[in-house]
Design a protein around this ligand. Structure first.
Ligand SMILES: [Fe+2]
Length: 319
């Protein structure tokens, strides 16, 4: 999402929308507590104690890396905070660079942004990072479609992913990384639908699945903003219902707002933006410095358990 898109959304009636907002925000995780959770000694119930965590993931989205506003330094500070939380790997939800998608963006500007990202990613070389494509990552203004920097292939190379969509397995969980950037965005194209249907079908029954997309597959906060969610959500909800023993959670970004929705037993987390207000101070609608509306800049720590349960905590950062 960008500021032009957001201004479109600010005229909408917000009264009927139930974004969870600040109530779902979390303080930084106390890594000395069992499972790194913010619990006073003795307050965990017996059921929670029996749950075994399989993975801890940092979900960063809408990094919007740029040279301005000291963004690289502030990103590094965020990463130091995240590293202390003993994560297994990163999910990067797209809009990794500030913007390549506008008609006036030059080759040099695109290269400048990706060069900063490359350096920052190298500094995190000890960590796996699985990324998806954001709408601002692609350079559509290349002189022609044969240009090596045109469109999605170049972004896939910059992110080092196996393709524009893919899946992988880890510790009993299955991860699906989607490409939302298709006609009627966000949406899946026909080839991706066929692939996703087969990918879910081949899984053993009850295999827990987490999906990553840039645009939310389903969200409440999209009514507070013009950025929009997946337009093919009915298709997705029907597909997930066919695999309701598998699909547990879907995480996204794009809106720069934070919410959670549960539908048919699937949890949908829209996890704000690491860059908040694109690393800028904000505007008259910002509830705090660098906030977008009432969502502070932040990231999510997601704990996945062997029993298929998910805990997603949005953690504001102060950098
Ligand atoms: Fe964004």
């Amino acid at each position: 999402m960008n500021r032009r898109e957001l201004l479109k959304g600010l005229g909408l009636t917000a009264g009927t929308v139930a974004a969870t907002g600040l109530g779902a925000l979390a303080a930084p995780v106390d890594t000395t507590a069992p499972n790194g959770r913010n619990e006073a000694p003795g307050t965990g119930n017996a059921l929670a104690a029996k749950k075994k965590r399989a993975l801890r993931i940092a979900h960063i989205t809408d990094v919007h890396m740029r040279p301005e506003h000291d963004a690289p330094k502030r990103f590094r500070q965020c990463m130091e905070e995240i590293k202390r939380q003993k994560i297994d790997f990163f999910l990067n939800g797209g809009d990794t660079i500030y913007a390549a998608d506008y008609g006036h963006i030059t080759r040099d500007r695109v290269n400048e942004q990706w060069a900063i990202w490359k350096q920052l990613r190298e500094e995190l070389s000890g960590y796996e990072m699985h990324s998806c494509l954001g709408n601002h990552d692609m350079w559509w203004a290349a002189p022609d479609k044969a240009d090596a920097m045109y469109g999605k292939d170049h972004v896939v190379k910059q992110l080092g992913t196996p393709g524009r969509y893919y899946s992988f397995d880890k510790k009993g969980w299955h991860f699906v990384i989607l490409d939302s950037n298709n006609s009627k965005a966000g949406s899946l194209d026909e080839a991706q639908r066929t692939w996703l249907e087969a990918d879910l079908q081949q899984l053993a029954p009850n295999t827990p699945v987490l999906m990553l997309s840039h645009y939310p597959l389903l969200a409440a906060c999209t009514s507070l903003d013009g950025g929009g969610m997946h337009t093919d959500y009915k298709y997705l909800i029907d597909l997930f219902y066919q695999h309701k023993d598998k699909v547990k959670a879907c995480v996204s970004g794009h809106i720069h707002l934070q919410d959670r929705v549960e539908y048919n037993g699937v949890q949908y987390f829209c996890n704000g933006a690491l860059s908040g207000f694109w690393w800028e101070d904000g505007d008259k609608h910002s509830a705090g410095k660098c906030w977008y509306q009432q969502t502070p800049p932040g990231y999510a720590i997601i704990d996945l358990y062997e029993d298929g349960t998910v805990e997603n905590r949005y953690i504001p950062h102060s950098f």
